[in-house]
Design a protein around this ligand. Structure first.
Ligand SMILES: [Zn+2]
Length: 417
């Protein structure tokens, strides 16, 4: 696939129009030329010209007939999904995952690993690098790599400022700039993102239930850490240094316990999965009949399962944590006025039981009009939301740089070996 994209990229508008068309096709899956013209404001002639060039370059293809306006049948267009792929890398507090994805967000293969407490995080970096190199070797058409890391994360400097964790000394200042250095990476676009921002991009690009072309989505990450990613009309709201929407470090008790960030009573200290388990650990001693005592090592999933089986202590633990997650949603709605909040990561395992409680808290604490305007859902990616997010960040980069889809650079990388 060596054909040139002949749209004059020196003309910024032409490139912008290509990007607009690719983004619409990615989000919708399939659109007619008329629909593309309606949604971009371009003329039919301009759309025909640009799509012809993208088809000739092998980036998009005709995908069958769609019924358009006045019931007329027209040819649909979509992004070619069988060619280019991306790699997503998720780096978490205690685990990592590396996956290969198609452009439509289908996970083709993944490897994952864990970091036991007290282990040097350098070993995890070595394992991640090895996994990525393995995929680069196996898949010849990798167009970009996206890496999602816990925050607060400095985007330009590629540095994690702080990984906070209960009962462990916080790991500070992790330098990621050397993780993907070397010949195999030289021609590969690599995009780092804060994990919650990456998750928000996955919601934006892959959430097939909600394919509107405009609006705001907040990815409310409630796992070992608590954070949020905000995407408005396809663009992440990152802030000056990329640390915006750190909702986990918003104080909900100004006299509460001191957090590693310096603030007191941070939300993360009350509703992270680690805090959830710790609370249950402490309470179960006083409830010898609880199912929670049957397990040696409690996990969020085990507590949720016990709650579903009717265990009263587990139910109370879920209600308690839902209260704090609800407070987080209230703050998110007041700050960002989103169309949709997706509760994601480990605590989304709480399912409808958790969600119902969260919605109750939000309903009591928000202006009724705002409550009616916002949809609160659970993530549809299971525990893999950040890995999908890392892939979404890479795909977003490719859509904004159409040349990466025409030439994923694999020939060059192979020749380097
Ligand atoms: Zn804090």
């Amino acid at each position: 696939m060596n054909k040139e994209i002949t749209v004059n990229n020196a003309d910024g508008m032409s490139l912008q129009n290509q990007i607009a068309i690719l983004q619409l096709l990615q989000r919708a899956g399939c659109l007619t030329r008329t629909q593309l013209a309606d949604n971009t404001g371009l003329t039919q002639a301009a759309v025909s010209k640009i799509t012809a060039q993208l088809i000739a370059a092998g980036v998009i293809e005709e995908t069958g007939l769609l019924t358009g306006r006045k019931g007329r049948r027209s040819i649909g267009l979509g992004i070619v999904d069988g060619g280019c792929k991306v790699i997503g890398v998720k780096l978490s507090r205690r685990n990592y995952a590396v996956g290969v994805f198609s452009l439509s967000g289908q996970l083709l293969e993944k490897v994952k690993g864990e970091l036991s407490p007290g282990t040097d995080s350098k070993q995890m970096m070595v394992d991640i690098r090895k996994a990525v190199l393995g995929f680069l070797d196996k898949y010849q058409e990798i167009a970009a790599l996206g890496a999602a890391v816990p925050g607060p994360y400095l985007m330009k400097e590629k540095r994690i400022l702080l990984i906070s964790e209960l009962d462990m000394q916080a790991r500070r200042d992790i330098d990621l700039s050397t993780l993907f250095k070397g010949k195999a990476f030289e021609k590969l676009p690599i995009v780092f993102s804060h994990d919650a921002n990456a998750g928000a991009m996955a919601d934006w690009w892959f959430d097939i239930e909600d394919r509107k072309f405009s609006g705001s989505i907040v990815h409310f990450l409630v796992g070992e850490g608590v954070g949020a990613g905000v995407v408005s009309n396809g663009t992440v709201f990152a802030g000056a240094k990329g640390t915006a929407a750190e909702i986990g470090h918003v104080s909900i008790d100004h006299q509460g316990p001191t957090c590693v960030c310096g603030n007191r009573g941070c939300l993360e200290m009350y509703c992270s999965s680690l805090a959830f388990v710790q609370q249950a650990e402490e309470k179960r001693k006083a409830h010898p009949d609880s199912l929670l005592n049957e397990m040696e090592n409690l996990t969020p999933k085990a507590i949720f399962d016990a709650a579903r089986r009717g265990d009263s202590l587990a139910i109370q633990c879920v209600k308690d944590v839902a209260y704090y997650i609800g407070l987080g949603c209230v703050n998110i709605i007041n700050c960002y006025n989103p169309n949709t909040i997706l509760i994601c990561n480990q605590m989304a395992q709480g399912g409808e039981m958790l969600l119902t409680e969260v919605k109750q808290v939000v309903k009591q604490r928000i202006i009724p009009y705002l409550y009616e305007q916002v949809a609160i859902h659970l993530s549809r990616f299971g525990g893999d939301d950040i890995l999908f997010g890392a892939a979404a960040v890479a795909i977003d980069y490719c859509l904004r740089h159409p040349d990466t889809l025409r030439d994923p650079g694999h020939q060059d990388r192979r020749n380097d070996k």
